[in-house]
Design a protein around this ligand. Structure first.
Ligand code: PMP
Length: 361
């Protein structure tokens, strides 16, 4: 008798490898590899998390009602249109399991976020990748890929790992160019960092119809990547689908408490965004002085282009030798680049100094 075998799709993907946090020889490496918020969580979130200890024998509220109310209040959204998840990865995956599947096509950008492809392949979808223009999503290239089998289109705005942003006029053109039965998923994981008046993270498109979902996360500006907490804002029928599909208690007591407190911390979001814009602009300027090319970013990271895969690999090794971990983006098809997260001012200074030493010796 042969051993049990999983569905063949399982072997179509490799195990996910995230940004590392361990660097042999360094007790406290500087981790600029996972786009985590520069300041971690607000102290009030840590206090709220600690206070949950006395409730840990109880299951969480399966509907995340208090958390959804807090999100709704913070962002001016109807809590009934919100579903919370174990990171936004969970919600993205559930959407694909619900609306994708064998015989369906999923469209993404060639340097779009990796989870769409991984979850899509696991669900048996065919993945179609649209070419980009200057590392930015090209709406026409995406629309040209649509066939009768297309069921979903995923777009991170800003995108990871490129950091680029599609203007609202292009988002509207994209939605208008898609059939109504195609689900548009706007992944707004980095939305809180965007410093532009005309930016909408996706709420307007969700409210405009029944075929758009926006996903968000607490892993970035709220500094709660380790808690695993994300949310989706969606029309009622999609909320219903996600609620049927998610695990009964997918958000832990600790994650919900930390999230509610983080949302309530006055000025946290604004201070994080203000720091990010300033530190990112400064790091970009310093890297330009060093002679390194960066791509314009609206997120909390910068894609640095070293011109060749060999030079990018050498820079990666050099940074590691100085205790700095950044993200190698080979698996995204960008072998000549490294992605550097915007950390604290001290961390950004160390990254700039190390890259200067790499280039000028
Ligand atoms: N979308 C994008 C574009 C991301 O970069 C990330 C995190 N790397 C996620 C979603 C997943 O975030 P979460 O921690 O909420 O699962």
């Amino acid at each position: 008798m042969s051993a049990p075998q999983p569905r063949p799709e399982v072997f179509s993907v490799a195990s996910y490898v995230g940004g590392e946090s361990v660097l042999p020889g360094f007790e406290k490496p500087i981790k600029l590899s996972s786009n985590e918020g520069a300041f971690g969580p607000p102290p009030s979130a840590l206090a709220a998390l600690a206070a949950t200890g006395k409730k840990l024998h109880r299951y969480p509220d399966g509907s995340s009602a208090r958390l959804r109310a807090a999100i709704g209040e913070k962002f001016g959204l109807d809590p009934a249109k919100i579903v919370c998840g174990n990171g936004s990865d969970e919600l993205l995956t559930l959407l694909i399991q619900a609306y994708g599947g064998p015989g369906t096509e999923l469209i993404m950008s060639v340097h779009g976020f990796s989870i769409y492809e991984i979850a899509g392949k696991l669900a048996g979808c065919t993945i179609l990748k649209a070419a980009e223009r200057n590392l930015t999503t090209d709406v026409d290239a995406m629309l040209a890929l649509v066939t009768p089998q297309t069921k979903m289109l995923f777009l991170a705005n800003p995108n990871n790992p490129t950091g680029t942003l599609l203007p609202q006029s292009e988002m509207l053109r994209l939605r208008a160019g898609l059939r109504e039965d195609i689900l548009l998923v706007i992944d707004a994981a980095y939305s809180e960092y965007v410093d532009r008046e005309d930016y909408d993270p996706g709420t307007a498109l969700v409210d405009a119809g029944e075929n758009t979902v926006m996903t968000r996360t607490f892993s970035k500006i709220f500094g709660l990547g380790g808690a695993r907490l994300g949310w989706a804002y969606a029309p009622a029928p999609i909320v219903d689908v996600l609620n049927r599909m998610r695990a009964p208690f997918n958000v832990s007591v600790t994650a919900a408490a930390a999230g509610i407190a983080a949302l309530g911390e006055p000025g946290w979001l604004e201070a994080g965004r203000e720091h990010n814009t300033r530190a990112r602009t400064r790091l970009e300027a310093r890297l330009a002085q060093v002679g390194l090319k960066t791509h314009p970013s609206e997120a909390n990271f910068i894609l640095v282009d070293f011109g060749s895969p060999e030079r990018a690999a050498a820079a990666d090794m050099f940074l590691r030798s100085r205790g700095l971990i950044v993200r190698n983006v080979k698996s995204y098809g960008l072998p000549s680049c490294l992605r550097v997260t915007i950390g604290t001012d001290d961390e950004c200074n160390l990254a700039a100094e190390a890259l200067n030493a790499f280039v000028h010796g």
